[in-house]
Ligand binder design. Sequence first.
Ligand SMILES: [Zn+2]
Length: 263
Amino acid sequence: MQPKENFPLRGTLKCWCGSHMTAAISKNRKNEYVYYWCLEHRRLNLKGAELHDKMENLLDILSFSAEQLAYIHKECHTLLKEATKEAGKIAASRLGQVKEVDAKLDNLEERLIESVIDSATYKKWRDKLLQQKALLENDLNKIRRNDLDFKWNKLQAILPKMTSLKDIYLMSTPVVWQKLLRTVFEGNLTYLEGRFRTPKVHPGLRPNILIAKQKGLLETEKPLTDFSEISRCTECTDYFEHLERFCMILEPIIQDLRSKGFI
Ligand SMILES: [Zn+2]
């Protein structure tokens, strides 16, 4: 992982004793390296480079299903539509005004041809109308930078790149990132004997957990077949059963997109 910040796991990673691990940078003559440690158990030093590397692999495995991605797209489009409703209305009204000016220009030209007005009058009015039109078009261009099509195009350029938690990590702000990690690992991420451990993983990402386990990156305390904590859940891991909870993962992502002006 190429951390945007030095300690991407600070605030999420806990010691086996339950305390949050703190982090520091240690320097020798040649290099500096990050390590995580527990205030209560100072002898437990975890190497940042190793943890960051494994977390990157784990996050890459925690990818969204095609249905989840489709849902994210749909949700973003709905939110964008709502957010740009006003801009759309104003743009439509400006466009109407531009058309009115165009009609006046046509009319003016006809009057010149029919010799109702002389060329000096024609030029005077034409310049005035063209000036009006330029102002309206300028305004329209400004509004269009906030309208649905423009923003949706911008958003569609980044949405396909957001297929796994790793992609989200690389794009999001540290605050959003921390919130997302705590949601996914339900606030109980530890690291022991070379792998991350958590009592359970957010059900929205459960289909990938088996792969993460097989690769030795993650251990969950509860067996994956234990669906008892969600009463409505059947053995089918279809995400629609967990839509409500999936939205918890989605929320910080949407928040981040919004803060960056995409929505
Ligand atoms: Zn401890």
